[in-house]
Design a protein around this ligand. Structure first.
Ligand SMILES: [Zn+2]
Ligand SMILES: [Zn+2]
Length: 382
């Protein structure tokens, strides 16, 4: 991963476009860092490497100077190697997010794991005043056709998320009034151990073994959620995908993620969009490129051809007549203004470029051949 040759483009790593805003980059980073942080992801054997890759992409793209250099000179313009920086170990994600984003750390990370009481990392410490719990995000994917991406489309997504268990009012106990405070940690969920070293006393905080860090003792678990405090729910989400959406972007639906408790802030839903390619249009930024095959005679004499284009009035792909002037060269580009993709931010649309591909016939008839020889003769004289 540290090998420069094998590095993936930073924009690809974060799944954002080249004109992504600072906020796009932050959002993408948060989402991916949570997804691949080794404390969090115990299933993907490459999670750590992916996490480092994400961190590195963020370090560069989030810094305007580094980003500019990267845009101009690629990897050689920036000297960042997170594998070295993290060689001493990767900090817990809460700690990391606090150092990056500052604040009280409503990172949303891990809260769902607390509620499940068992898997995931417990390394982060819960310090200071109780903060509002934030539900974990959900990631979903949808595939749409090129036309749907160009004109916008409405889609229904079905997702499974966790919501507080009604039966036990989110306590996890069959009898919510029978929940008692853990005697070993006095309900704090934490144990403190002290050790002395040459530098002084080190106080280590760890999770209480008696209550698994919950601070509570539940004698009889809720029979509906089995003590998990939450139950799965199938939810249908109606999403409006805006005109101009690009392959690889993520749409955020605020509050559609997991809800660990009634007081918690729900997590968000991120919908990754895959756009199927279209044989007639290649997208570059917000411009579209269409290849038009023109036979050699039409290129020489001029002609009218039909080209596919977007009809934004009727939201269909239609055909438009295009005039090819006499003497048109191979590779000539004709621009059709405002027939590209809609800008998601700001106003307007990109343009469509028709790129002429002059076709040389592989086979011709005897008569055509004779005419061409005659043409050759005439060319010599003039
Ligand atoms: Zn329950
Ligand atoms: Zn305890």
């Amino acid at each position: 991963m540290s090998n420069r040759k094998n590095k993936r483009d930073y924009y690809d790593v974060l799944g954002v476009s080249k004109d992504a805003t600072e906020n796009d980059i932050k959002l993408a980073y948060r989402r991916l860092a949570r997804k691949f942080h080794p404390d969090m992801n115990k299933t993907d054997p490459n999670a750590k490497e992916k996490f480092i890759e994400v961190q590195e992409a963020y370090e560069v793209l989030n810094d305007p100077d580094k980003r500019r250099n990267y845009d101009r000179f690629g990897f050689s313009g920036v000297d960042v190697n997170m594998s070295d920086i993290f060689s001493g170990g990767i900090p817990g994600i809460d700690e990391l997010f606090r150092s990056i984003f500052g604040g009280g750390g409503s990172s949303g990370f891990g809260d769902i794991f607390d509620s499940f009481g068992g898997f995931g990392s417990r390394s982060r410490s819960r310090t200071r005043a109780p903060r509002r719990q934030v539900g974990q995000d959900i990631e979903a994917h949808i595939e749409i056709d090129f036309e749907e991406a160009m004109f916008g489309v409405k889609k229904d997504i079905e997702l499974e998320r966790y919501t507080p268990c009604d039966h036990c009012e989110g306590t996890g106990a069959e009898d919510p009034s029978a929940v008692t405070s853990c005697p070993k940690c006095q309900g704090t969920g934490k144990m403190r151990t002290m050790s002395r070293s040459g530098f002084g006393t080190i106080i280590r905080e760890s999770e209480c073994y008696n209550c698994n860090g919950t601070g509570q003792i539940i004698k009889k678990k809720c029979k509906v959620c089995g003590g998990k405090k939450m139950v799965p729910e199938t939810k249908k989400i109606h999403v409006k995908i805006p005109s101009g959406v690009e392959d690889g972007v993520h749409l955020k639906v605020q509050g559609a993620g997991h809800i660990p408790s009634k007081q918690a802030i729900p997590g968000d839903l991120y919908i990754g969009i895959r756009v199927h390619p279209n044989e007639h249009f290649i997208r570059r930024g917000n411009d579209l490129y269409t290849r038009a095959d023109v036979d050699i005679v039409s290129a020489i004499l001029g002609d009218k051809i039909k080209v596919p284009t977007l009809d934004y009035k009727n939201n269909i792909i239609t055909e438009k007549e295009l005039e090819i002037p006499p003497g048109t060269q191979h590779g000539t580009e004709f621009r059709i203004k405002n027939r590209g993709a809609t800008y998601l931010r700001g106003k307007g649309k990109g343009d469509q470029y028709i790129v002429v591909a002059v076709e040389i016939p592989k086979e011709i008839s005897k008569e055509q051949r004779e005419l061409l020889f005659k043409y050759k003769e005439l060319s010599k004289k003039s």
